[in-house]
Design a protein. Sequence first.
Length: 122
Amino acid sequence: MTNPEPIAHTTGVVLDAEDAKLVTLARGARGRAAAAEGAAVRDEDGRTYAAATVTLPSLRLTAVQAAVAAAVSSGAQALEAVALIGPGDDLDPASAAAAADLRTAVWIVAGVDGVVRSRTAK
């Protein structure tokens, strides 16, 4: 599959269409749940999963942990990319560990406005 022109964000970070889609999905998940964070992941087969922060009396998951759990429960064994939308500038340790468990190749962090702060290839 060929990607259209890359998408540039105001911070100067450039995303291709597939990575920009993850940012859009993560932002949507955050908005639907009115959560602190939203995340989306793309597995090794190109399937995407989105989730928001889960805060229940009996269960607490970061948005990335929830998206990784959705991917794993659908059979994913590796992730091409993870995108996180939230107030922070980086993945928290629990989110980073969940993404690392599936050998994530690319990590994208964006603000709640959708502006990408960083794109890191691991």
